[in-house]
Design a protein around this ligand. Sequence first.
Ligand code: SF4
Length: 497
Amino acid sequence: MYVSRLLLESLRSPRPRSCKQGIAASPQVSLRYFIHTFGCQMNAHDSERMAEVLRTHGATQASTLEDADLIVFNTCSVREKAEQKLRSEVGKLLPLKRARPDLVIAIAGCVAQQEGERLLKSIRHVDLVIGPDNLAELPALVVAHQAGAPPAVRTVFDLDNPEFLQAAPEPGTVPASVLVTTMKGCDERCSFCIVPTTRGPERYRPSSAIVDEIAQWVAAGALEVTLLGQTVDSYRDPCLAPPSSDDPDETQFPTLLRLIASKVPGLARLRYTSPHPRHATESLARTHGDLDVLAHHVHLPVQSGSDRVLRRMIRRYTRQEYIERTTRLRRFRPGLTLSTDIIVGFAGETDQDFAETLSLIAEIGFTSLFAFKYSPRPGTPALRLGDDVPEAVKSERLARLFELSEAQQRAHLQSLVGTTQTVLIEGPSKSGNMVQGRTQRNEIVHIGEARHLAHLAHGLVEVRIERANKHSLVAYSVANSETKPHRFLPLLQERQS
Ligand code: SF4
């Protein structure tokens, strides 16, 4: 496959450490765009940056798909379902395209990178196929297409001069919590995963650019930043000398966290996702102990509790190492909560392997988790291992796993009833008469009597937890409580002063 060959060639080259930040120059476009996003946080974040690129070049957002002149599907190929859904959604556009031949349909993201030219051949009404590293070129490709250029594929990794689209926060419009990219690509070779093929090798953003973007978000009103990377804790600053081979720190991620904390004191909360357990070093654990701004929660994907399965997945840590690393994180930051990702029914997973996953979930005491049934993906090394766990067994294991994790989550949430928590408000809850936010440890909290909170578009408040739901907590406004006066703490201002 062309992309794989390109990737292999790139991996044989020295790791790109460019300190330069390239931005493609593009012409103005006058159109209405609609972006449909599939998949992970990374894709959601790419879609936001793509929208910014289009707006910067004169485009405006369409309110519906039918109103748009450009429809972009930002795709995910990690799970089979997302890819099937993409094909079905694009298929539905055929009548619209026939009625409006000038409508531009683009497929971006991981499926675009993986399938390239094949997408143009298999879905004839698609005009553009654009990989995750080429999003900044979208306006130019659209202009060329509107001027009569044939359907085009642009899926080239920016290995020499990695480009990170810089956000442009507008004061008054920013959410409480934002994502900031620190790196792209992945150098791990997990046997089930297509990401190293679709996103390329690891490339890192200079720490100065990361700090600068965070400072801009905070100045515009954001309170919380989540650092984003496929293996976010493997970060190395391309503008610094790499750590020496005998440096126990191994990565420069803890240094980055400390730099952000010192350079952006107005930041209320800092999170990161997703770390790889291999890089959860002692230095990272120590940083959790030292920095109050770091959330007391880590989402650390484990995938399985069985060493045999972990080896087949090429995860490069053992169950025991995972336990030691999480224990160390909690030693430096007592009370830290952990969540994780689990794949159920991976090739060759026996009842015993699955029992070990359940026992690990109980031993670590994850407070929440994401779990999925294994589905082999084209182009991944695990394809040769087959898919020998019957669908019914996968479903049964998934149900047992959720039963355990939900019981743990319920018990954890119940233990917080009656406590006082600092909540970072993110906005109104779905019901409309409450606001919703998260604690330091990532528990979701719905705060009642929203009229008392109306002046807080988002902010940090201290509340008393009144009740636990299945997946969240309820905290009534303390002002209405007989037991304690209401306390909206201007915590952020205190921290800033
Ligand atoms: S660490 Fe493994 S699972 Fe995560 S993106 Fe890289 S290869 Fe995929």
